[in-house]
Design a protein around this ligand. Structure first.
Ligand code: SGN
Ligand code: CA
Length: 531
């Protein structure tokens, strides 16, 4: 256990970012603090450290500049609640049972926060968790019910529901800061899960950022007008920016006359009505001229698709700016309190997201943009500033990695592996393939059940249930996954090897057709559907 030490002026000058007059906690003890930041649906394409030019995220970028950037961070199941269950348990969805957003999560099973409590940590979870029931393993929890609301959201504090006034991202940061500064016991190491709802659909920006991208027009990715040739399952999607993104519900074209058609007027009106008069005034001042302009232009076809993409980007990226501000506030707190050296800070998302690639928004597919997730981490004691890794890391690895850093033993049944020695540079040895599963079908956005394996260069995907479709990609030659080479004779050998890899990873993690059937039956029973 740590003892809080108030360092004097001499030691203070040796600490990074130490501000005069700031209270200093010790940075020398063995158990590091852990701040695990997760946002929701944050595409790596929308973090400037990843080298894209969409937006500027200076605070999130700091973690990579002062620590490590993971170029190959992935999830095991690209959807919210399952991803969070994997993160907590260190076990694949088919093992922890939370295979989709609907089936229940069993909080009674082990998780890494429970293990950290056993070795003296104080634990807190703040923000979005999307797993029903009182979080177990946390001394303090203050979480959003379900998806949460952007404006004037409800939170559940240690099981008790209350409404806050303001913008969700800022409120989540305030709650996290309040716990760090006033609620925790400063004699103990801490684990803080600080989880933002943003930038989840319906991408409602904070008042101060409504005009952030006013003068910019976004150009979509090269495969925005994808025709899905050779990919029949992708063609069945219901996540097209042009075809499925709603003008009113998603893009805020809630006109008073009701001329703009929508199936979701009630839901859109409901989100608007949550705002108070001042919030509505700022909202209207921003969106009313856009609505008027949109109506006057009468856009159709390709022009309409490009207009929707641009509006989507403006809203989506604006919500990320507030997330980045929150990261800045937390990093400042660590600096001002002498905690930067001995605190591991991780930034990730529950999965990636499509920003117009293949014409899409949303996630779920094993294609790169949603299979991958942003991952950046700072721990000055062990990780050299400016490190970049290409190792195939998954959200499965967080639990064992944190336990490793904390000096706790890693339970045998955890399936992930600690990447501590990989990021410190102590070893180069790592896995050569990762496994993926997706189950939420039939369901929203119409993405078939599938599983697959990815190596450094290739990806094999099997869509099953309503379909029996195989896809193979050469990611070196075709990083955008436009060319399914499964039936290309020149890839016969690769195809054979990738099939063998799939068998290997399924056996390694204990997955099988019987397991798929078991979870399918749970799914059908819960929805009262026959198949
Ligand atoms: C909601 C969204 C979907 C989204 C799921 C899952 N629809 O249902 O677009 O795919 O969440 O997202 S909405 O109309 O409610 O916005 S997840 O990140 O929680 O898994
Ligand atoms: Ca999500």
């Amino acid at each position: 256990m740590r003892n809080a030490i108030f360092l004097g002026a001499l030691s203070c000058s040796l600490l990074t970012g130490c501000l005069s007059g700031g209270k200093q906690e010790t940075t020398s003890d063995s158990q590091p603090n852990i701040i695990f930041i997760m946002s929701d649906d944050h595409a790596y394409q929308a973090i400037s450290a990843y080298g894209h030019d969409l937006n500027h995220t200076p605070n999130i970028d700091r973690l990579a500049n002062e620590g490590v950037l993971f170029n190959k961070g992935f999830v095991t199941n690209s959807i919210c609640a399952p991803s969070r269950a994997v993160m907590l348990t260190g076990k694949h969805s088919f093992v922890n049972g939370k295979v989709d957003n609907m089936l229940p999560f069993d909080w009674n099973q082990d998780n890494f926060a429970k293990q950290l409590q056993k070795v003296g940590y104080q634990t807190a979870m703040v923000g979005k968790i999307h797993l029903h029931g009182l979080p177990q393993g946390f001394d303090y929890s203050n979480v959003l019910p379900g998806q949460g609301q952007y404006y004037n959201p409800d939170f559940i504090e240690n099981g008790e529901k209350k409404q806050y006034h303001g913008y969700c991202t800022q409120i989540t940061t305030d709650i996290a800061m309040d716990w760090l500064d006033k609620k925790r016991d400063k004699d103990k190491p801490f684990l803080l899960l600080y989880h933002q709802k943003a930038p989840h659909r319906t991408w409602m920006p904070e008042k101060k950022y409504l005009d952030l991208f006013k003068d910019k027009t976004f150009t979509p990715p090269a495969n925005f007008f994808d025709d899905y040739e050779n990919r029949p399952v992708a063609a069945q999607h219901e996540m097209g920016i042009f075809e499925h993104m709603d003008l009113v519900y998603d893009l805020k074209m809630l006109d008073e006359q009701g001329d703009i058609q929508t199936r979701y007027r009630g839901a859109a009106q409901g989100m608007y009505e949550r705002m108070d008069a001042a919030q509505k005034a700022a909202w209207d001042a921003h969106y009313k001229p856009i609505i008027a302009d949109f109506k006057a232009r009468g856009l159709e076809g390709k022009e309409l698709a490009l207009w929707k993409y641009d509006r989507y980007m403006k809203d989506y990226l604006s919500t990320i700016q507030s997330v980045d501000d929150g990261v800045g506030q937390l990093l400042d707190y660590l600096d001002e309190n002498g905690l930067a050296e001995n605190t591991i800070v991780v930034y990730t998302s529950d999965q990636g997201f499509y920003l117009g690639e293949h014409g899409w928004f949303d996630k779920r597919f094993m294609y790169e943009e949603s299979f991958r997730t942003p991952l950046l981490m700072r721990y000055p004691k062990e990780i050299k500033a400016g490190t970049v890794t290409e190792k195939l890391i998954q959200n499965l690895d967080f639990a064992p990695t944190f336990l490793d850093y904390a000096g706790a033993s890693i339970p045998e049944d955890i399936q992930g592996e600690s990447f501590r020695k990989v990021v410190s540079g102590e070893t180069d040895k790592w896995r050569d393939a990762i496994y993926y599963t997706y189950y939420e079908y039939p369901g929203e956005h119409n993405v078939q059940r599938h599983h697959g394996v990815r190596t450094d260069r290739y990806k094999l995907i099997h869509f099953y249930y309503d379909s029996d479709t195989w896809e193979l990609y050469d990611l070196e030659k075709d990083p955008s996954e436009m060319n399914n080479v499964y039936d290309d004779p020149s890839y016969a050998q690769v195809r054979k090897e990738m099939h063998a890899k799939l068998v290997e990873v399924r056996a390694k993690y204990g997955d099988s057709d019987e397991m798929d059937q078991k979870h399918l039956q749970r799914f059908l029973k819960a929805r009262n559907v026959k198949h």
